[in-house]
Design a protein around this ligand. Structure first.
Ligand SMILES: Cc1ncc(C[n+]2csc(CCOP(=O)(O)OP(=O)(O)O)c2C)c(N)n1
Length: 273
């Protein structure tokens, strides 16, 4: 899909707005921190990079988008609604009884979604299986999988990373939401991950590191070819809770209900950006 940078900027701002408004209106609160990291990534994926058809969500030749960090469903839901997979009004019912949109992803309710997720550490293994299947069938589609840095604390994720390098899955692109925090605090305090770039290279991946809020950098990263059949790892450096001054860059942004006043402030900042 051909979408200009200017248009992508507008879309990513709309996704941010949806997250803040839903976060304000959802009684129990939402995962604000780790959804606000995804706005630009979702805009670029759904409106430029991935070959998907909202009119025909199960189209065989579609690219497969797998959000492994299922608590990012609000950003995903906003992007998919704005792309036309379902009406935008659905967001008003986010996480209410019988809604198609829940705190974590339910593939049986949401059209165009590949997997249910929310139990962390499974999505990349499924993405690797899909990419391997695509290769075996000589299918032309690609797999895009978004993982969190918290999921790198799970062994299953590393098994998948090992497999993708071994099987030369150059039809697989992973976007790592590297916001440096999990629910418990800083990743480097809990179970340190660095040097991540060296680790992915050693596992035979093509590594690209970008500012995950920079639309142009993300677009370039997706477009870059990978050498020698390597799968692509995009480390997207993001800021947890981006756009919410009181919690930006803090673990406390992870899950809460934003106050009306803070939402007003965040929306005003967004408007003037
Ligand atoms: C298997 C599993 N264990 C624990 C949880 C509870 N949980 C929800 S979010 C989260 C961690 C959040 O950190 P991260 O995965 O890095 O997400 P992000 O910072 O990108 O929001 C945890 C442990 C879970 N969803 N799944």
């Amino acid at each position: 899909m051909n979408t200009s940078l200017e248009e992508l900027k507008k879309i990513s701002k709309l996704i941010r707005e949806d997250i803040i408004v839903t976060g304000r209106d959802c009684e129990v609160g939402v995962h604000l921190g780790g959804n606000l990291t995804l706005a630009e990534i979702m805009a670029v994926l759904f409106f430029s990079v991935a070959n998907v058809d909202p009119e025909n969500p199960d189209w065989e030749a579609r690219d497969r988008i797998i959000l492994s960090k299922g608590h990012g469903n609000l950003a995903l839901s906003s992007a998919m609604a704005r792309r036309g997979f379902f009406p935008l009004e659905e967001l008003q019912h986010f996480d209410t009884f019988n809604s198609m949109l829940s705190m974590h992803i339910d593939k049986h309710r949401m059209p165009g979604v590949e997997i249910s997720s929310g139990s962390l550490g499974h999505g990349l293994s499924i993405a690797v299986g899909a990419a391997l299947g695509g290769k075996m069938d000589a299918a032309g589609w690609n797999v895009y999988c978004i993982i969190s840095d918290g999921e790198l604390n799970e062994g299953s994720t590393w098994e998948a990373i090992l497999s993708a390098g071994h099987f030369k899955l150059d039809n697989l692109t992973v976007i790592l939401d590297r916001n440096m925090f999990t629910i418990e605090g800083a990743t480097e305090d809990n179970l340190s991950l660095e040097p991540l770039g060296d680790k992915f290279r050693a596992f035979k991946w093509h590594l690209i590191e970008v500012d995950g809020h920079d639309l142009e950098a993300l677009l370039n990263a997706f477009e870059e070819n990978t050498p020698d059949g390597k799968p692509k790892m995009i480390i997207a450096n993001t800021i947890k809770g981006r756009g919410l001054p009181s919690v930006e860059g803090k673990a406390s942004s992870h899950f809460y209900r934003i106050s009306k006043e803070d939402a007003e402030e965040a929306l005003a900042m967004l408007k003037s950006s």
